[in-house]
Design a binder for this molecule. Structure first.
Ligand SMILES: *Cc1c(COP(=O)(O)O)cnc(C)c1O
Length: 353
């Protein structure tokens, strides 16, 4: 007990991010960062920032960025909300839509930030079980959920739901908000953004951190009906009027204006992922079918904990979650082809040892 802390803070269960060690140079495959640099146009935009851009407060509505995102997805800027990373956008969505009488539903195995937000905002939640094939059992949701959130593709399984599956959920539960967290959608999935033009209870959240190589910039966004965007604006303006700084607004805007570079990077990662999956299979790993920039895999004989420790000694970081059910899996981010060749070589030598 800490008498200086509020009861709320004593009961929090904060998210633990993957490590960013500074002791030596690692091949970092533990936090799903993109191995490629951001578009050169992003770097030019950052260099064009002037002293007065920094002296003045930024545009509180980030209009240039919202317009660029809207154009990219052929929707209206009134459909777009932007925030300081999609973690912030998700946090705002939880308080805007899920702090209700009835419980929020999300998958049992999923992004571990969701239960953290529930503690912070005192939101009741229930979990949908995972089937043996790691699909999400949405049948567990009763008749009156307070809201539903899941990543698509799911994390850390990497598995994708079809747009038909999403549409049937959105249709079935029209009087609550369904948030689809599309942090990894650009690596082979179809975005549900077009469904937001038909269904006013669907909010799609995306990020520039993974597919746009901008994890350090902190830019995320939501796409949905203007009524949902208005609720997010109310939360934002009750907390911080300027979540995006002037540099982030400019740089992220430039990223959406360079579609060719973006598509090249995504295609390269998809190609490397599919090559790497085949290599893992050849080393007796079972690999879930991933549509993300990571794979979730378990070795048929050797414990994941041992593998992650041995790889760290060889200066390669992968993510191991010690929670039950998934503690024999490794989540491995897709780096460059060279990174993944290095990992396959190291795994080969660990497995024969
Ligand atoms: C990485 C990730 C995010 C958050 O990304 P930001 O860097 O905060 O934009 C959100 N959801 C999932 C499932 C993620 O993996």
């Amino acid at each position: 007990m800490n008498s200086l802390w509020s009861n709320l803070v004593q009961n929090l269960d904060p998210y633990v991010a993957g490590e960013q060690p500074k002791d030596k140079t690692y091949i970092k495959l533990n936090t799903n960062e993109n191995p490629y640099p951001p578009s050169p146009k992003v770097m030019q935009a950052i260099q064009s920032v002037t002293a007065s851009d920094l002296r003045l407060y930024p545009d509180p509505d980030a209009s240039s960025l919202r317009t660029a995102i809207a154009e990219y997805y052929a929707v209206s800027p009134t459909n777009i909300f932007v925030g300081n990373g999609s973690d912030e956008v998700l946090g705002f969505a939880f308080v805007a839509f899920f702090k209700k009488e009835n419980p929020l539903y999300f998958p049992e195995i999923t992004y571990s930030f969701y239960p953290s937000y529930c503690r912070l905002y005192e939101i009741r939640y229930r979990q949908c079980a995972m089937a043996n094939d790691w699909s999400i059992q949405f049948d567990d949701i009763g008749d009156s959920p307070g809201g539903i959130v899941f990543p698509n593709p799911n994390a850390p399984t990497g598995m994708l739901l079809s747009l038909q599956q999403i549409e049937s959920l959105v249709k079935r539960y029209q009087d609550i908000v369904i948030v689809v967290d599309e942090a990894y959608i650009d690596f082979g999935g179809d975005t549900a953004i077009e469904l937001t033009q038909t269904y006013s209870n669907l909010l799609v959240v995306q990020t520039c951190s993974k597919s746009r190589s901008l994890a350090g910039l902190r830019v995320g966004y939501a796409v949905g009906h203007p009524n949902l965007i208005a609720a997010l604006e109310r939360v934002k303006n009750s907390f911080n009027a300027y979540p995006l700084d002037a540099i982030a607004i400019r740089a992220a805007t430039a990223s959406f204006e360079d579609q060719v570079y973006f598509e090249q990077c995504c295609n390269q990662i998809i190609e490397t992922r599919d090559w790497f999956t085949a290599q893992l299979n050849a080393l007796s790993f079972q690999v879930l079918e991933s549509k993300s920039n990571f794979v979730f895999a378990r070795h048929t004989q050797v414990e994941a904990k041992h593998l992650s420790k041995s790889l760290k000694e060889k200066a390669i970081l992968v993510r191991h979650f010690s929670s039950p059910k998934i503690d024999n899996y490794l989540r491995i981010s897709i780096g460059t082809r060279e990174d993944m060749e290095g990992l396959i070589d190291s795994l080969g030598s660990i497995l024969v040892a």
